[in-house]
Design a protein around this ligand. Structure first.
Ligand code: ATP
Ligand code: MG
Length: 258
């Protein structure tokens, strides 16, 4: 007899009744969303619909924007993110931005920086070990291993973006937020980042904002469609792309607007 095991989905991040304003303008409207552990969740929607605002709220990046007001609840492993020390929260939830933004330092120092900041090493050897591991995971090691002292801003755009991923994963976060990580990259560099995300999801929970529908279809397990600050539709990517439940989702996916 075959045992029928029904695996329980593990929710990593739970967003409830989230509302966000910039001064008087409401840009996120009562969003409820569960993000599953070790899966890739894509956030799609037309420009200005609130995608960046939504993911920035997850690691409290909006705290540094005085005009932003956030109401509602976001739980990380069932704990309210506002009960977690902000620096620790950003270590647990890393972020990679649209434009590669390495520090004006060497390749090595870029990756070692966070390790030193959070003092997550015992000795110099461990720093080297962790830097090498992160650069390997980010699929950059082979290209730069003989040039760790090279100035990071002299790398190509695609290499800089992989360096930013290495800097992020060196801290062994639990969640990685990607805000359009490939929009400044050519197709080859884009393919590298996509492969990387595919590999990373075994160990990390990933949320990715993308304007590229093919990319969302290729790499995500779940997709959330946001429109004018509202979560219009959310579900398994394959299902949403083949049989969207909402007319607006269908129009967006078929390129009728946005
Ligand atoms: N700091 C800010 N102050 C005021 N308004 C803001 C601020 N940041 C964003 N907005 C506005 O909030 C709305 C949502 O912006 P957001 O950047 O979240 O959209 P988005 O979906 O990421 O767009 P895009 O696809 O162009 O990146 C937009 O109308 C934008 O102009
Ligand atoms: Mg954005």
């Amino acid at each position: 007899m075959v045992n029928k095991i029904i695996s329980k989905k593990e929710v990593k991040i739970s967003i409830r009744n989230l509302n966000i304003w910039y001064q008087d303008m409401q840009v996120i409207k009562n969003v409820n969303l569960d993000i599953e552990k070790n899966k890739v969740t894509a956030i799609i929607g037309p420009s200005g619909c609130g995608k960046s605002t939504l993911i920035k709220s997850i690691n409290r990046m909006l705290d540094i924007i005085p005009e932003a007001k956030v109401r509602g609840t976001i739980l990380l492993d069932s704990q309210n993110i506002y009960e977690i020390d902000e620096t620790l929260l950003r270590k647990r939830i890393g972020m990679v931005f649209q434009m590669p933004n390495p520090f004006p330092k060497s390749i090595f120092e870029n990756v070692a920086y966070g390790l030193k900041l959070h003092r997550v090493f015992k000795n110099r050897e461990e720093v080297y070990f962790k830097v090498e591991k992160a650069l390997k995971q980010a699929a950059l090691w082979d290209e730069i291993k003989d040039n760790l002292d090279k100035f990071a801003l002299d790398l190509s755009g695609g290499q800089q973006q992989r360096l930013c991923v290495a800097r992020c994963i060196a801290l062994e976060p639990e969640v990685i937020l990607f805000d359009e990580p490939c929009s400044a990259l050519d197709p080859i560099a884009t393919a590298k980042i996509e492969e990387l995300i595919e590999k990373l999801k075994q160990n990390y929970t990933i949320v990715i904002v993308t304007h590229n529908m093919q990319q969302a279809a290729r790499i995500s397990d779940y997709t959330a469609f946001l429109y004018l600050g509202e979560l219009v539709e959310f579900g398994p990517t394959q299902k949403m792309f083949t049989t969207p439940q909402n007319k607006m989702t269908e129009h967006y996916l078929t390129g009728k607007f946005g």
